[in-house]
Write a protein that binds this ligand. Sequence first.
Ligand code: ADP
Length: 328
Amino acid sequence: MDQSPIHNGAAPTAAVDLRRLTKVYAGRGRVEGKKALDAVTLAIPRGAFFGLLGPNGAGKSTLINILAGLVIKTSGEARVWDYSIDSHQRLARSAIGVVPQELNLDPFFTPRELLEVQAGLYGVPKAERRTDEILEAVGLADKAHAYARTLSGGMRRRLLVAKAMVHNPPVLVLDEPTAGVDIQLRQQLWSYVQDLNRRGTTVLLTTHYLEEAEALCDRIAIIDQGRLVADDETQALLRRLDSKVLTVVADRDLDAVPPALAAFDPELKAKRRLIFRMKPSQTSVGAILAGLQAAEVTVADLTTEDADLEDIFLKLTGGDHAVTPADQ
Ligand code: ADP
């Protein structure tokens, strides 16, 4: 059986390992071929909660579809759980569970039937099936016998996560899993996925919601036009921009930036608001506070703002394709 070597074998360091992975979609007629992935080399560590980000058309789905066996790569190598997708296609595929973007479900199956059929497809023996446990975990136990067509969008999404988990794959891929799912259900979905991750499942997530990626992922890769432009720990990536905005509200009107603060080059807004744009590696907040004291400015209020993933994303991808939930 495909399953046993995966779970009994030595666990690899990289759950997914890509070497110069390239995909060129063939052109048709006068339409030129499209290089969707350009020599992407990337290792997704075992146990990671990994975010794969990039603007529309960057190549994320192509990458995932190659891993899932739905798109044939042009060149390079890809291994899932140390199984090459070329020489050990079946094992590589059974090591991964993919939650697709589309909400396609056979409308005449109930969630329970759907999971049983899927388990059958993967050859999971009846005694090892965890159908009820999975339905419970995704909050669909009470819908076990409802027709899929009667399920809401959020429920269908969770059913797709359940479907991807029936063969207990060590790697779970979620492709834009929360598009169109309301906040509460998103949180429910995430708490389930985080729990899976804590218990050892490696999670690969693509999302448009940068805040979600920032909060969930311990490591993030960014691709743009088929090329890898970043691959780092989330916190290290955030530190990379090295920028912070410190806003100070003074307790009195200021006519100009006091000379003692000139070195920090703040912007004076509306007489009382001083905005310091600083590089934490070069200037400390303490130095600015000392400057304020020297200038005899009493601070009525103070806020700081760190760079967020969106800033990094825009910087690395050229900034001409902002990604917001409104893009969906
Ligand atoms: P993403 O998932 O990041 O939005 P995709 O992997 O879907 O990106 O697409 C990457 C590029 O490949 C895009 O330019 C897209 O138009 C192109 N592409 C995707 N699928 C096909 C296909 N079947 N045939 C031709 N070009 C495609």
